[in-house]
Design a protein. Structure first.
Length: 211
């Protein structure tokens, strides 16, 4: 690491958004119900929100004709602000996890598959301040963002978050607040599994002390 590199740039931590920082289930379900009412489709909402993480198009794929999915996705994103912002809370420990990075002079970035304008609405509504937000990137596609931003740690809840971290050659930290099990995350190659972000500040302190 160059000697003249600012100390603050030595720590950049990326976070996924849905089911890592925020509990998207109630809002996502509400949008699905509104979309289903418009389309005349009875989406299995509980099943579809049990393992949030993949892009919306893949979630809609089993229930709509292929040619209808792009327009349905656009309509979902248009409905989202009115149905899914106010009802979505922070997950426990999320704010403290971001603060833990800042206390160490680091930068926080959010790298998410969510439509960026809707992701920003969540951050603003909940008063979450981050240094950079990147939306509409998923799985290994997150790696380019992490490399560009100089991240050394990426925190997520899904096996595809692990894939992105490993593709970027950064430390993968997984939390069990999403739909993936400890075994699934470990099998995907994650380096660390935490029960929730409440454990992240203590883990970060220990990790940096060891480094």
């Amino acid at each position: 690491m160059p000697a003249d590199r600012p100390a603050a740039a030595r720590l950049v931590v990326g976070f996924d958004l849905d089911m890592t920082l925020i509990d998207t289930v109630p809002g996502f379900g509400s949008v699905l119900r509104a979309l289903g009412a418009e389309l005349g489709v009875d989406f299995p909402v509980e099943e579809m929100t049990a393992r949030l993480g993949p892009p919306l198009d893949l979630l809609l794929e089993p229930y709509l004709p292929a040619e209808a999915i792009p327009a349905a996705g656009d309509r979902f994103r248009a409905l989202y602000p009115d149905h899914a912002i106010v009802s979505v809370p922070l997950l426990e420990g999320a704010r403290e996890a971001l603060h833990a990075v800042r206390r160490r002079g680091g930068r926080t970035i959010v790298v998410t598959g969510k439509f960026p304008e809707n992701a920003r609405l969540h951050l603003d509504h909940l008063g979450l301040e981050v240094d950079h937000l990147e939306g509409w990137v998923w799985g290994v596609g997150k790696a380019d963002v992490m490399r560009r931003e100089g991240a050394s740690i990426y925190v997520g809840d899904h096996v595809h978050d692990v894939e992105g971290a490993l593709a970027a050659d950064v430390l993968s930290v997984s939390v069990l607040t999403g739909g993936c099990t400890r075994e699934e995350l470990l099998d995907a190659g994650t380096h660390v599994v935490l029960e929730s972000l409440t454990q992240f500040p203590a883990w970060l302190d220990g990790h940096l002390a060891e480094r």
